[in-house]
Design a protein around this ligand. Sequence first.
Ligand SMILES: [Mn+2]
Length: 370
Amino acid sequence: MPGARPPVHNGAMESSAGNGGAGRAPRRFDVCNGDADGLCAVVQWRLADPAPATLVTGLKRDIALLARVPAQAGDEVLVCDLSMDRNRDALVRLLDRGVRVRYFDHHAPGRIPEHPALEAHIEPASAVCTSVLVDRYLQGRFRAWAVVGAFGDNLPELAGRLAATIGLPEDATRRLRVLGEAINYNAYGADESDVHIAPARLFERLARFADPIRFLERDPIGDEIAALRRADLERAAREGACSEGDGWAVHRLPDAPWSRRVLGSFANALALAQPGRAHAVARPAADGSREVSVRAPLRSPGGAHEFARRFGGAGRARAAGIEGLPAARFDEFVRAFAAMRWAEATTAGDRHAAGATRSGAQRASSRAAR
Ligand SMILES: [Mn+2]
């Protein structure tokens, strides 16, 4: 695209951006979490608008992605499934530079910057995910991919309802569930050497198909990841709970590539299998600290992020994570987990999720391992 395009015509951008916007073709950047919800959100968007774009993504734990985007005045950035609260400074810098940003997400955003170049679609309810927000915006054009994303974010009821609206047969729905859970699982690891395929490479293969069932028929990678996930889950299940009570259980896994991959999937599987209980899955990290995935009981799905925040973590109402929990605080963590009253937290979590400002969360230094 040699620079033949007209300059950007948004006055707000040019006034704040100086010379960068004129005489250069605008570039596009797609920025998303590397899990199923993030990837399937962008897949839908690029199927609807197949313009060349640079993908910026990473593993589940890579949350501060917006700071890596080298966009300049006149460029466009699409952000999907990344906490605005954790990316606000980078977002404001982009906007001030004259970049147009379209933002879809379902994490509690804290304060949303008011800026004419920001288009925000944010809904931090516990029963929605980013792929579904994009599906709504696109009026269901690539809904089967939203089904994959919702299954990946452990929202099987929502995914099932969406699948029914497009008349997806039961067997196809089941296959999309396996795919969504596999893509989600593939985002967990300490680094890309832990996972079967880097999420950015996986995206390229997903985005070739308007229909995820076709993808499964043509590309073996979905089945490969699903098989690896099953094997890792079986290994995790053999470890058993290290402590448990009526409404809760804490599991501990050894530190290994398989446990780093399966931590979040295992927590999701436990939450689905025992919806009346809260679950935590912990593993030691290389530096001796603990990484913990926290799941609120699915019957009263709230409070997970608030609980995790007490230990330096973050996440969403039903699923949260802590990285870098000092080993010396693990017993305290287990005691607090056992004493947690999830049903009461649900209300507080929803009120919080409804979008109140929360500036303190920016100082949370650990990254979410939801
Ligand atoms: Mn999500």
